[in-house]
Ligand binder design. Structure first.
Ligand code: F6R
Length: 620
């Protein structure tokens, strides 16, 4: 949540900051601001409410500000409404001329009220409602009180605040330095050709450099032109390794598509294939799922008594869908939990259990907290993560990386699809190691998985039909998604896609639950979208559809080619190819993603940046 970019080098900072922020707009987009300074002069700050475009206009695309050092921020409001006053950067003084410290911040300072009172007593004045202004002023307070170097003042503030933060600061007295610090909020530092970048996410700097340092929790960094030094909370220097990012700069561009979401939907065949190839080694019948790089041994897999999956939003839906697959193939009981609930219910975990945390960003605050809860209880953790070097990836005992590349649209599509695939591979691997899958079935599953990319492409051929359907229902108010088993889990995802980008109220129900209350909502014309891909449940869900129709519902269905008798009941059907039933979710979700997309488009909404949302939820 919120995006940070900082730059120190030989070029003018403002255009680089704005460019970086434009790549992070998915992290927050209710206001933005930049602060730029030259090595001698005062800092110049420009802020604008609303989309980043306003800041581009106000600064003539950055050309109006001169200086080779700067910091920028795009905001997703937590404390205080979206406004210019609340937009970052914030300053320690009353105006830029007496500002010793200028800063931007992501995250939440939980005890900011207490800190603010303390600073008010010391004579500080506050102009915004933000916790960030408190943090900047707290650093300023220690900086002046102890007359210490910036790093020590930051450390003193860090030990007094609670919460999560990525903090980037400039000090008036240190004209050629930027300081950064973090706790539980992502931040990377990039170096290239004598210039240095800091950002809350990789896409912001991918165009300039692929060489990055990951700044750890409770660590502080001093950035100079072309270099970065790191310190722990006791101000002792720490050595860090430079990592190379494998993502392409083009991956963070729209590449000819109108929206990132549509581009990312179309990247799914490639992303699924890459994720399969990263773990499946060998050819034909000799293919093997290789977990060597994950580090979990066969003995450890055999000893697992129970799996707990903790995740949020769509990643939780992946857990919901793949619990059936794991239980069926690996015969291990699975419990799926919302990470935000898991962390606060003091879960009773079996010592021989395995907690799986699924997360695209690897930074979701609740998922990270669930992982820590599990570790604290002495239970092994495995993360399924898309972002290399993210907090969840670093803290988990084992990591499976999904290879979807950077996902920019707020509504997840390709990350969801690669998470499904990673979990299928885990289920097959665990099932075979535990002796529940013979060699022939193992090869069959792998060959079925390899058919997914082409089958997803085939679904793209039905786009026009789905666009037509979305146009027909452009003014719909309430939608019900129903399905059973994996189809229910996919319904949850279809419903979320519709809600988050089209703002249409929808609910996903296990089809068998309808009669326990929900069916009273069905009236003439209510749209009910059914997912029917599980052969053993096809007729059961059909019966539920018929019950809805009898109460006036308009029935739409997603089912596999061949099930043409559905047309006797449904008003609209979209067909998808067949694959082994365990993996059907990878196909049935695609028309639902497209439906959400077209509905949002037809309603004239901002598909990639839906209101109130941000991509990476790094606060609770
Ligand atoms: C929905 C969506 C969110 C995320 C959720 C978890 O389209 O993207 O529901 O799935 O916020 O995010 P990660 O996977 O980054 O932990």
């Amino acid at each position: 949540m919120c995006g940070i970019v900082g730059f120190i080098g030989r070029h003018d900072a403002a255009p680089i900051l704005l460019d970086g922020l434009s790549k992070l707009e998915y992290r927050g987009y209710d206001s933005a601001g930049i602060a730029v300074r030259d090595k001698n002069g005062d800092v110049e700050i420009v802020k604008a409410k609303g989309r980043l475009l306003n800041l581009f206009e106000k600064t003539d695309s950055g050309k109006a500000l001169h200086g080779t050092i700067g910091i920028g921020h795009t905001r997703w409001a937590t404390h205080g409404e979206p406004s210019e006053t609340n937009a970052h950067p914030h300053i320690s003084g009353s105006d830029v001329s007496d500002a010793t410290v200028v800063g931007v911040h992501n995250g939440i300072i939980e005890n900011y009220g207490e800190m603010k009172d303390k600073l008010l007593r010391k004579g500080y004045k506050f102009y915004s409602e933000t916790d960030t202004e408190v943090m900047v002023k707290l650093v300023d307070y220690y900086y002046k009180k102890y007359n210490c170097p910036p790093g020590e003042a930051i450390a003193k503030a860090m030990v007094r605040v609670r919460g999560s933060y990525a903090l980037v600061l400039m000090f008036k007295d240190y004209p050629d330095e930027i300081w950064a610090a973090r706790k539980d909020s992502p931040m990377i530092i990039g170096i290239c050709d004598g210039e240095t970048y800091v950002a809350s996410d990789v896409p912001a700097i991918l165009k300039y450099t692929k060489n990055v340092y990951y700044i750890g929790n409770m660590e502080i960094a001093r950035l100079k032109e072309g270099s970065a030094e790191f310190f722990n909370i006791d101000s002792e220097p720490i050595t860090k390794e430079l990592f190379e990012i494998t993502w392409d700069a083009e991956a963070a561009e729209k590449g000819g598509y109108e929206h990132f979401m549509m581009k990312e939907i179309h990247e799914q065949p490639r992303a699924v294939l890459d994720t399969l190839n990263s773990m499946i080694k060998g050819e034909g019948n000799e293919c093997k799922i290789d977990f060597e790089c994950i580090g979990i041994s066969d003995e450890e897999i055999k000893a697992i008594s129970q799996i707990y999956i903790a995740a949020c939003g769509s990643a939780w839906h992946v857990g919901m869908a793949t619990q059936y697959v794991i239980e069926d193939l690996a015969k291990i009981p699975v419990r799926v939990e919302l990470a935000s609930e898991f962390r606060y219910r003091s879960p009773i975990l079996d010592k021989n259990g395995l907690v799986i945390v699924i997360s695209q960003s690897g930074e979701t605050a609740d998922s990270l907290a669930a992982l820590r809860e599990a570790k604290e209880k002495g239970v092994k953790t495995l993360a399924v993560v898309n972002v290399v070097g993210s907090s969840i990836a670093r803290e988990a005992d084992y990591v499976i990386y999904t290879l979807s590349g950077p996902e920019i649209a707020v509504a997840t599509t390709k990350a969801y699809s690669t998470q499904l695939v990673a979990m299928y591979l885990l289920a097959i691997k665990f099932g075979s190691v535990r002796g529940h899958i013979d060699k022939e079935t193992y090869s069959y599953y792998i060959s079925e998985l390899y058919t997914l990319p082409d089958k997803i492409k085939k679904i793209f051929e039905t786009k026009d039909k789905l666009q037509w359907f979305a146009a027909k229902f452009v003014n719909v108010h309430d939608v019900f998604f129903i399905g059973r088993n994996i189809d229910y889990a996919v319904s949850l995802e279809g419903s979320l896609k519709m809600k988050e980008i089209s703002y249409v109220h929808s609910e996903a129900y296990a089809a068998g639950e309808l009669k326990h209350g929900t069916i009273s909502m069905i009236e003439d014309g209510t749209l009910v979208i059914s997912v029917l891909t599980q052969p053993q449940l096809y007729e059961k869900t059909m019966s539920n559809m018929v019950e809805c129709k009898a109460r006036g519902a308009y029935l739409a269905a997603v089912t596999t080619y061949g099930h043409y008798n559905i047309e006797e009941v449904a008003n609209f059907v979209t067909y998808i190819p067949n694959v082994d039933a365990h993996f059907m979710g990878s196909l049935s979700v695609v028309p639902l993603q497209l439906l959400g997309y077209y509905l949002s488009l037809n309603r004239g909404l901002d598909v990639d940046k839906p209101r109130n949302l941000a991509k990476s939820v790094t606060v609770e």
